[in-house]
Design a protein around this ligand. Structure first.
Ligand code: 13P
Ligand code: SF4
Length: 365
């Protein structure tokens, strides 16, 4: 008799502790048939069950390498799409809650990017002059757009190498959807701020004049991460008054002035490695998502390192938090019962083009 899908309703009332035991049992029953990938921003009750953890670049490489039949992705939607695109035929990628999106990724969509390309073509030939670069925090169809138009994908840990590659292809870059990562990376490459202009997708010609488009080196899509926008320069200045020898480290999705005031800027993995390598007793102020900062603070407490969160208000990634123990247990127990729930499947044609842009990235980084 064919197995029936277990409904989520039964899991909603379960306490986290009850889910914990069920997750362990289901995980053990699945054995090597499943691999659980976890992003650094996942809540502790979920993160502790991950077989492999990493930043978005590492997770995409891990997804490409695994032989497991099921890739259970504890992260957000675009990460699971990348896992589906890079995995082998027959492997199945599951996102325990389909509501786990990324509000920044949603700030660019294919219709708007295609309109930007059409607008640009009234001023110059974009296929000759503009490399489209999409941050990995974007939907698969935008990666496919980049694949089709000579472009590439980047992550927060390889953006500089990717922009260097992009400028070898064409003299300008259209960078979406995160203006802050684009601006910070351009700044590190000595591109003057005046040559990095914001492209507002809701305005004609991005709100720019033809002259401005012709002189710009990077067109920065008007998008941002609402979690990282919470960090402000005054958080750093006030903390430094109290901790004059302390160090500040931020994610490049933070505002330019926050990155500029920081001692170090880098991906989630870079943040962990940098704090791990610092001498005992070092004090750190960290500008990234709270679950990760709390985990680092706990991990290095015994070495006398003091790790503090940059903002005065709680800033968690609410979409990452959608992967809760209840959804996780539900997805795993269905797999044990022979049923796949919440499979992420990128349409074949789109996946092939997106893979072109992702493979270019993997070859460069
Ligand atoms: P990382 O690539 O540093 O893991 O960042 C992903 C992300 O979404 C940060 O907000
Ligand atoms: Fe997206 Fe920001 Fe959450 Fe990262 S922290 S997944 S960019 S909403």
């Amino acid at each position: 008799m064919e197995a029936t899908t277990i409904a989520f309703d039964r899991y909603q009332p379960l306490a986290d502790e009850a889910c914990d035991a069920r997750i362990r049992a289901a995980r053990a029953a699945l054995g090597e048939r499943a691999v659980i990938l976890g992003h650094h921003y996942q809540r502790p009750e979920v993160y502790k069950h991950a077989d492999l953890t990493g930043d978005s670049l590492q997770l995409s490489k891990l997804a490409a390498k695994t032989e497991s039949q099921y890739i259970v992705f504890c992260g957000v939607h675009f990460m699971a799409e990348v896992a589906d695109i890079l995995s082998k035929p027959g492997q199945v990628t599951v996102l325990p809650d389909l509501g786990a999106g990324c509000s920044m990724a949603d700030m660019a969509n294919l219709a708007k990017v295609e309109r930007a390309w059409r607008d640009l073509s009234t001023v110059l030939d974009p296929d000759q002059h503009v490399t489209p670069v999409t941050y990995i925090n974007s939907a698969a169809d935008l990666k496919a757009f980049c694949g089709e138009h000579g472009g590439i994908v980047c992550t927060s840990s390889n953006a500089r190498e990717i922009l260097a590659w992009s400028f070898k292809q064409r003299d300008k870059v259209l960078f979406f959807p995160d203006q802050h990562l684009g601006r910070w990376t351009g700044y590190l490459m000595d591109i003057p701020l005046a040559e990095m202009l914001v492209w507002d997708p809701d305005e004609e010609l991005g709100g720019l004049t033809p002259q401005q488009i012709k002189m710009a080196k990077i067109l920065l899509w008007k998008g941002h991460c609402s979690v990282h926008q919470m960090f402000q320069p005054q958080h750093i200045l006030r903390w430094r008054e109290r901790n004059p020898s302390g160090m500040v480290i931020s994610h490049p999705e933070c505002r330019f002035d926050v990155c500029k005031l920081s001692d170090y800027v880098g991906s989630t993995d870079f943040i962990i490695r940098t704090i791990a390598a610092s001498p005992p007793g070092t004090r750190w102020l960290v500008g990234t998502e709270l679950n990760l900062v709390n985990r680092i603070a706990e991990q290095f407490k015994s070495q006398g390192k003091l790790v503090q969160f940059m903002a005065t208000t709680v800033c968690m990634c609410s979409t990452m938090a959608r992967i809760d123990p209840q959804h996780f247990a539900w997805a795993l127990e269905n797999l044990v019962a022979g049923k796949v729930v919440n499979q992420i499947t990128v349409p074949r044609h789109e996946a092939a083009l997106a893979r072109v842009a992702l493979d270019r990235m993997l070859a460069v980084s």
